[in-house]
Design a binder for this molecule. Structure first.
Ligand code: GLY
Length: 361
């Protein structure tokens, strides 16, 4: 087991990473003194698979529990679902002090965090991420959100959890597509911040595919450390540091939106977005060809697509203007100057962006 600290003064919290550590959850929760009643937001698959065990651990530690199930779909990240969840939470919250447990992937985590941030102007919550993507990224750093028809994650707040509890044994139940989706974010961390992790990934494909617990723990630990460091220094993405985590996401989000969120999964779109960003970096003379090829090979090795099919360049260009990080029509890209080195570059010409997109068409 390892612990990574997110250092935010009085709002600091731990990320606990281990294999088959659920039995230790009660001890950590008691120490946090958040209340006696746990409102657990999850989906029916996870409840069926782990609900009894979770209940046993929490009841054994003296907590009252209530499960609130939401559909396992991005559609659950809506104002409507948040309203339904909040009403049920208010009913549960009759006698004692309640806190929220987000038990699931990115959808559960973002919605539960949002509910925690607005109910009674903010109550405590913890994240128990069950997907690779959530363990390495979305469960850490307090970005909570629901979507609007106009765009994803448009309503939300920065609201930090009190604990992130990452048990990599949950990753055994993920299919290969979900592992690949998480690996896109892992590759992102390696490319922007960690040459050693990059090298490790180049050699570790077979072990990742086999869900080797030691290798998964090492990966989740390395990414958590990078994210904790960035969040600790630029919690609200105002200093140009947290923005680095959006590497591959500007074009990635545009690919998702242009495909009507049906064509490519988030991880696949981020993989393609990283390739476009690397190509832009190369065309602007920032990075050597050798590094471009290594990154492309790594993305391919982990089974992520390197070419887009069925989404027009014009649609992607149109969609990228709606990125919520744009101000007016000024664009902002995360580019690299080597493996492990990234920076923010603004106002890139449309011709260059189109050329980079043609690279992945
Ligand atoms: N997923 C990017 C961030 O948390 O900033």
């Amino acid at each position: 087991m390892s612990i990574v600290k997110v250092d935010l003064g009085k709002r600091s919290y731990s990320i606990i990473i281990g294999y088959a550590i659920l039995s230790q959850l009660g001890v950590h929760l008691k120490r946090l003194n958040m209340g006696t009643d746990a409102f657990i937001i999850t989906n029916s698959f996870l409840k069926k698979k782990y609900g009894a065990r979770l209940l046993q651990v929490l009841s054994g530690a003296g907590f009252n529990c209530h499960f609130k199930l939401i559909a396992d779909s991005e559609k659950s990240k809506s104002m409507e679902t948040a309203g339904v969840v909040i009403k049920e939470l208010a009913k549960f919250d009759q006698k004692k002090k309640v806190f929220i447990i987000a038990f699931g992937g990115g959808v559960v985590g973002d919605l539960a965090g949002f509910v925690a941030s607005v109910y009674k102007r903010g109550i405590s919550y913890i994240q128990i991420p069950t997907t690779l993507l959530a363990q390495v990224d979305s469960a850490i750093g307090g970005k909570t959100a629901v979507d609007l028809d106009l765009g994803k994650n448009l309503v939300g707040a920065f609201y930090q959890p009190r604990l992130v509890f990452s048990d990599v044994s949950f990753l055994k139940s993920l299919d290969l597509t979900q592992i690949r989706c998480g690996m896109a974010e892992v590759i992102k961390y390696a490319v922007i911040k960690d040459q050693n992790l990059f090298r490790f990934l180049e050699n570790g494909y077979r072990q990742v595919k086999q869900r080797n617990p030691v290798v998964l723990q090492k990966i989740v630990h390395a990414c958590s450390r990078i994210k904790a460091d960035i969040v600790g220094r630029d919690e609200k993405e105002t200093l140009g540091l947290r923005s680095l985590l959006n590497f591959g996401h500007t074009i990635g989000h545009a690919i998702e939106a242009a495909g009507g969120y049906k064509g490519y999964s988030h991880g696949q779109a981020v993989g393609l977005g990283m390739l476009a960003a690397v190509d832009l970096s190369y065309k602007m003379g920032l990075v050597a060809r050798k590094s471009v090829l290594r990154i492309e090979n790594l993305i391919r090795l982990y089974g992520l697509p390197v070419k887009i099919k069925g989404v027009a360049v014009a649609k992607i260009i149109q969609a990228h203007y709606y990125d919520k990080k744009f101000s007016g029509r000024e664009n902002k890209f995360i580019l690299i100057s080597g493996i492990g080195r990234a920076k923010v570059v603004r106002n890139i010409g449309l011709d260059l962006i189109k050329e980079a997109l043609c690279r992945i068409i």
